[in-house]
Design a protein around this ligand. Structure first.
Ligand SMILES: Nc1ncnc2c1ncn2[C@@H]1O[C@H](COP(=O)(O)OP(=O)(O)OP(=O)(O)O)[C@@H](O)[C@H]1O
Length: 447
């Protein structure tokens, strides 16, 4: 027996000595008073429990007498409260549910490292407003966007900001899937009271991906009740989804209308400059200390910008490639980036500049000749064939070049010679499949 119990036992004995004075018979005392126990002392508040409500009704009129004797015995100034065992256990559970309360926030997702651009400015502003004054203006705040555009980041930023401002704020971040699982578990563990208590005593409830709750009828019901209770107590709710409330198919209409009753904002795909700013921010956060050239940022922001997750993934890949490639680099430049992404990104074929020289060179190469032979006065048939094809392609592929100019480019020939050559090629093309194939092959090499 500890000191507390000893004192309490002495109190009951002293009380028993004065039963006549208090007008209580011995049977009543033995039946009801002997089960009294001290369960808790917090500062000067003493909680005394009794087995049933019926016993409590009998003992309650004498609690002041017990308090007086207890205080005389201990020379204290305690206040005794009498509750049933059941109520006491319930309140302990409820207290524990808040004591074990985890906010589930990711401390790395803050407003400081959220890059703001046109695509997300409204959503960021609304989130910040809510974090500064939870429950005042925009409850619920509903944020929707495609995947990977920063909804979860903003939810966490709201929670982190609000907790930083006032550490006593009870914030809870959860996904709708976790909410449903927790609810089902509380039903099977018979802890639904705790579940309800916890969710109704939150200051800021952050629910991610609400779309998963659409088909969960029983959970929707409890969520609806919790939602109403929080809103009517001026608490803050922030919800995210991959679509606006009206498009949440399968979601009960009363919930959809509640979701729309606050402020609804969306996030779009980041524009080019925001994408680059996000990449820079990630580099800063990751403490990357080697230079990355500007065209690498341009390259990633242009080709891997479907969402921010893709931007991040590309950057990680680049940095990983740098780590494992073993090359000593002064700077990560575009060539290095192209190498790092060679299997996921195919460089568009460089458009060759089409000039008379290029065409002559290409035709000469195709027929194993030299450009000098093409330009020459040689009447060798293989050279004539190549020369005519070269003239034809120059006329075909280079805009606004005249026959006179072509003649000039091909060793100062007359324009009529060029015209004849081109028309010959054209006619042969229409009749000779192999000839046409050869010209097509040369064209492919050129463009
Ligand atoms: N504006 C931004 N600035 C910095 N980082 C961002 C920004 N937007 C998104 N991110 C980052 O992109 C990643 C994906 O963001 P997040 O998880 O918040 O997207 P989401 O919209 O919740 O996606 P999902 O719908 O798939 O859950 C995270 O690492 C997040 O930190």
């Amino acid at each position: 027996m500890n000191n507390l119990d000893i004192d309490w036992q002495k109190t009951l004995n002293l009380f028993k000595n004065r039963l006549d004075e208090f007008g209580i018979d011995k049977i009543t005392f033995d039946s009801f008073f002997t089960t009294l126990q001290i369960r808790d002392i917090v500062a000067s508040d003493v909680t005394v429990t009794i087995d049933t409500q019926w016993s409590l009704d009998v003992v309650l009129p004498y609690i002041d007498r017990l308090e007086e004797i207890y205080n005389t015995l201990t020379s204290g100034h305690y206040h005794l409260s009498l509750v049933t065992e059941g109520d006491y256990n319930k309140s302990v559970l409820q207290k524990n549910s808040l004591l074990n309360f985890e906010d589930n926030l990711n401390p790395d997702l803050t407003f400081e490292n959220f890059v703001v651009g046109n695509s997300n400015r409204i959503a960021q502003n609304a989130s910040l407003a809510v974090a500064m004054k939870p429950g005042i203006s925009y409850s619920p705040l509903f944020i929707h966007s495609n995947s990977g555009l920063g909804k979860t980041h903003l939810l966490n930023a709201i929670g982190n900001y609000a907790k930083h401002r006032d550490p006593a704020t009870k914030v809870l971040f959860t996904t709708s899937e976790n909410f449903v699982n927790e609810y089902i578990q509380s039903l099977s563990n018979h802890t639904i009271d705790e579940f309800n208590y916890k969710y109704r005593h939150i200051d800021i409830l952050l629910i991610d991906d609400i779309q998963f709750m659409a088909t969960k009828e029983s959970s929707s019901e409890i969520f609806f009740n919790i939602f109403n209770s929080l809103i009517s107590n001026k608490k803050q709710i922030v919800i995210t989804s991959d679509k606006p409330p009206r498009d949440l198919r399968g979601m009960e209409s009363r919930l959809v209308s509640r979701f729309s009753s606050g402020l609804t904002v969306s996030i779009d795909t980041p524009e080019f400059e925001t994408s680059k700013a996000i990449l820079r921010k990630k580099i800063e956060v990751e403490n990357v200390d080697y230079p990355i050239s500007e065209d690498v940022f341009d390259f990633i922001a242009t080709h891997f910008n479907t969402d921010v997750r893709e931007l991040e993934g590309s950057l990680k890949r680049l940095l990983f490639y740098k780590l494992i490639c073993g090359k000593k680099l002064d700077c990560i430049d575009l060539n290095f980036a192209l190498e790092a992404f060679s299997d996921t990104y195919t460089q568009p074929a460089q458009k060759k500049e089409l000039t008379v020289s290029n065409i002559k060179k290409c035709v000469a190469d195709y027929y194993n000749l030299t450009v000098t032979q093409i330009n020459s006065k040689s009447r060798t048939s293989s050279i004539i064939v190549a020369r005519h094809i070269a003239m034809y392609l120059v006329r075909d592929l280079i805009d606004d070049i005249s026959f006179i100019q072509i003649g000039h480019e091909f060793g100062g020939r007359d324009h009529s010679t060029v015209m004849k050559a081109c028309s010959k090629v054209q006619k042969k093309l229409e009749k000779d499949m192999n000839y046409r194939q050869a010209i097509d092959d040369i064209k492919k090499k050129l463009v």
